[in-house]
Design a protein around this ligand. Structure first.
Ligand code: SAH
Ligand code: MG
Length: 207
């Protein structure tokens, strides 16, 4: 698919990424210097952000690992705000977004660019030695989970590489704080500098 077709397709995928933020994600990745890189997103859900990023990765000859255990975050479980009964697997009654994610990546014709990593973020991180040119953090938003992702994955970003964080809400009225806290920690570490922001997306560069 052409770039504009892919971006329109991404807009139609189930998920929690507004189009303006998806386009900002895509653009930041596309403008990043260097090719043939390794990119990784923590939090795949049904593949929406993977298509925005994957469209850029395809043009640049990079590979995007899209990591998720595919059983949803706390707020996706039954009785919570973002529960979607159509994603429950009748086999065990658990949420399972993997079949939807696979269909998304297949329909987008990105199967050689966007590769699924299925498992708990920290277990994968412990066994993942490859430096990252782009890291997108959009996994669990609880305090422990968000900080664990930041601690495990941010050191893998190469100098000059990007770390993008989603759902950064400076005002607690707009949403949970942990993504905002790790964003502040990244800036305070002086290892990362902010280069742009769109909605709740923050784009940082490793110094
Ligand atoms: N980036 C996606 C949305 C991700 S939603 C998009 O914009 O389209 C957050 C995802 O993080 C959920 O699918 C959930 O299953 C996953 N997640 C939460 N905690 C996780 C963990 N510890 N390991 C792996 N995945 C996790
Ligand atoms: Mg998000």
């Amino acid at each position: 698919m052409r770039r504009d077709e892919l971006l329109d397709f991404a807009d139609g995928v189930k998920g929690f990424m507004p189009r303006d933020e998806g386009l900002a994600l895509h653009r930041a990745a596309l403008e990043q210097k260097g090719t043939n890189g390794t990119w990784l997103e923590v939090g795949a859900w049904c593949g929406k952000s993977a298509v925005y990023l994957g469209a850029a990765a395809q043009e640049k000859g990079a590979v995007l690992y899209s990591l998720d255990h595919h059983h949803g975050s706390e707020e996706n479980q039954v009785g919570w705000e973002h529960f979607d009964p159509s994603l429950v697997d009748p086999h065990d009654g658990r949420l399972n977004t993997l079949p939807t994610w696979q269909r998304t990546i297949a329909d987008a014709q990105l199967e050689s660019t966007v590769l699924g990593l299925v498992g708990p973020s920290l277990v994968v991180a412990r066994h993942f030695a490859q430096p990252l040119d782009i890291l997108f953090i959009d996994g669990g938003h609880g305090t422990d989970v968000a900080w664990a992702d930041y601690d495990a994955w941010s050191p893998k970003v190469v100098a000059g590489g990007l770390m993008m964080i989603h759902d950064v809400f400076p005002d607690p009225k707009d949403g949970g704080r942990p993504p905002y806290e790790i964003y502040l920690a990244a800036l305070a570490s002086q290892l990362f500098a902010e280069i742009s922001a769109q909605g709740s997306l923050r784009v940082l560069r490793r110094i």
